[in-house]
Design a protein. Structure first.
Length: 73
């Protein structure tokens, strides 16, 4: 199984939650305990091993704050 890494530009994230809604494996959630300097709640990944690398989250992000990478095995 391929492994992936998701990285987020937390400074630019506006907490719109679009990434949460398009994730087909439901591993993205807004973390009520984390905020950026603008006061927006940040996205957390609940189980990266379930990520299928579809990049839907990165494609829908209006501010391009998400990067999806496939890791070498």
């Amino acid at each position: 199984m391929k492994q992936h890494r998701l990285t987020f530009n937390n400074v630019a994230c506006k907490g719109c939650e679009l990434c949460n809604h398009v994730c087909p494996v439901h591993i993205l959630v807004m973390d009520p305990t984390r905020m950026n300097q603008s006061g927006y709640h940040l996205v957390s990944v609940t189980d990266i091993s379930k990520c299928i690398g579809c990049s839907f989250c990165a494609m829908i992000c209006p501010d391009s704050v998400i990067k999806v990478e496939q890791l070498d095995e």
